[in-house]
Write a protein that binds this ligand. Structure first.
Ligand code: M6R
Length: 366
C-alpha cells in the first residue's frame, strides 16, 4: 500500500496534486462556481444567509481561519471561525441567518459534531459540512455537504485533507460571491484559471523537497521553533507549527508577524529557528521589516518565498522559493513546504511519524 514511500504521511503529502485535482474536478466540469456544486438544497440555503460561522478542530480549524480571509474579501460576507470545543460550551448570540460550516476530515470528531448540534438547537438551520468521509456523522447531520476528494487519510497528521479543505472553502467563497452578485464574469474566469493551475503548482512545490531536507537536519536538534506569517498566510504558519510539534515533538508556536514586538520577540536568540511564510502579497514589505527585527536579535531565519518575493539570502537568512507565484491560492501552495519540513524533521528525530504518541486519527471523545 505504501508503494515507494516510507510512511503514509509522506505518501499523502505526495498525493496532493491528485487530491487537489479530484476536488476541483466538479468546479471545472461545471465550468464555474454555483450553488449546484453544493447539492440541490444549496441555492435555498445560500439565499437565506448573510453571515458565515465556521466550526472545527485542529488542522480543520486552520483551514477555517484561512477561509475567513477569502469569504470576507471575495464574497463580502462576514465570517467568524471558532474552535468547536469552545463554541459548544458558551452562551452564543443566535443568528438564524448565519451559515454554520463545519469542517472535518473524519466527519466523526465529537466536539465538532456537538458544536453543530448546539448551533441547530439554537435555531441555526442552514448547515454545511465540508468532509472527507462520505456518510460519516457530521455530513449526515448537516443540510448540505461538500465532499473533499482527498481519499482515505491514514497518517495521524492531516495533510491532503487540509489542502483539499482549502480548495472546497475557496470554492465556497467564490460561490457565495456569485450568489450575492459580487463576482464578475471576468473574476470568475480568473479564479477558475487559478484553480486549473493549482495541481501543477502543488507539484512544483513538492519538487523543492531536497532543499527542505537540508533544512530539516538543522531543525532536528532544536527544542523550539517559531513560525511567522501575515494575513492569509498566518493560518499556514499555525498549521506548520502544529505539524512540527505533532510529529517531531519539537515545541513550535506561530504568530502573525506583526505581533512579534508584543511579546514573542523576547524568545528570539541564536537557538530559536524562525520559519517565515513570505510569498509576494500586499504584506510582503511588512514581513520583511519583521524579519529584520528577528535578525537583529541573532535569530536564524528560514524563509519560504515565491518567485516574485525578491528575497535574498543573507547572513542568518535562508530562503527557499516555491517555483511559481500563485496569487489568491498561495496559502494552499505554501502548505506543502511546511508539511515537508515537519515530515523530514521528524524522520531526522526518529519519531513514529504516522502514529505520534498520545494522538488518535479520529477524536471521538472529549
Ligand atoms: O477529522 P477532523 O478534521 O475533524 O479532525 C480534527 C483534528 O483532530 C485534526 O485536524 C488534528 O488536528 C490533526 N491530527 C492535525 O494534523
Amino acid at each position: 500500500e505504501l508503494g515507494p514511500y516510507r510512511h503514509f504521511m509522506q505518501k499523502e503529502i505526495h498525493e496532493q496534486p491528485r487530491a487537489v485535482s479530484d476536488t476541483i474536478e466538479a468546479v471545472i466540469d461545471n465550468n464555474g462556481f454555483g450553488p449546484e456544486l453544493f447539492g440541490d438544497k444549496a441555492a435555498e440555503v445560500f439565499d437565506a444567509i448573510d453571515a458565515v460561522k465556521i466550526l472545527a478542530c485542529g488542522t480543520s480549524y486552520y483551514a477555517g481561519m484561512t477561509a475567513k480571509y477569502w469569504i470576507e474579501s471575495i464574497a463580502g460576507i462576514r465570517c467568524d471561525v471558532e474552535i468547536a470545543s469552545e463554541y459548544r460550551y458558551r452562551d452564543i448570540v443566535a443568528n438564524p441567518k448565519e451559515l454554520i460550516v463545519t469542517i472535518s476530515q473524519s466527519g466523526e470528531t465529537l466536539d465538532t459534531m456537538e458544536a453543530l448540534k448546539y448551533a441547530k438547537s439554537q435555531g441555526m438551520e442552514q448547515t454545511l459540512s465540508i468532509c472527507n468521509v462520505p456518510e460519516s456523522a457530521i455530513p449526515r447531520a448537516s443540510k448540505i455537504v461538500y465532499y473533499t476528494r482527498a481519499g482515505a487519510e491514514i497518517g495521524v497528521a492531516s495533510t491532503k485533507a487540509f489542502t483539499t479543505q482549502l480548495v472546497a472553502l475557496f470554492t465556497l467563497a467564490c460561490t457565495l460571491a456569485k450568489v450575492k452578485g459580487r463576482l464578475t464574469a471576468e473574476q470568475e474566469h480568473g479564479y477558475l484559471e487559478e484553480l486549473r493551475a493549482l495541481p501543477g503548482s502543488v507539484q512544483h512545490a513538492l519538487n523543492i523537497e531536497p532543499q527542505i531536507i537540508a533544512w530539516a537536519e538543522k531543525f532536528a536538534p532544536k527544542h523550539n521553533a517559531l513560525f511567522l506569517g501575515r494575513g492569509v498566510h498566518y493560518p499556514i504558519a499555525l498549521e506548520g507549527a502544529l505539524k512540527l510539534k505533532e510529529i517531531s515533538y519539537i515545541h513550535a508556536e506561530a504568530y502573525p508577524a506583526g505581533e512579534l514586538k508584543h511579546g514573542p520577540l523576547a524568545l528570539v536568540d541564536e537557538s530559536m529557528p524562525v520559519v517565515v511564510i513570505a510569498p509576494n502579497d500586499q504584506l510582503l514589505e511588512k514581513v520583511k521589516s519583521n524579519i529584520q527585527e528577528v535578525r537583529a536579535r541573532g535569530g536564524e531565519m528560514f524563509v519560504f518565498a515565491d518567485l516574485d518575493s525578491n528575497f535574498s539570502e543573507a547572513e542568518q537568512v535562508h530562503v527557499i522559493r516555491t517555483p511559481r507565484h500563485t496569487g489568491v491560492l498561495s496559502p494552499i501552495v505554501h502548505t506543502i513546504p511546511v508539511q515537508l519540513l515537519s515530515y523530514h524533521t521528524a524522520l531526522a528525530v526518529g519519531t513514529d511519524v504516522d502514529k505520534p504518541r498520545n494522538l488518535a486519527k479520529s477524536v471521538t471523545v472529549e
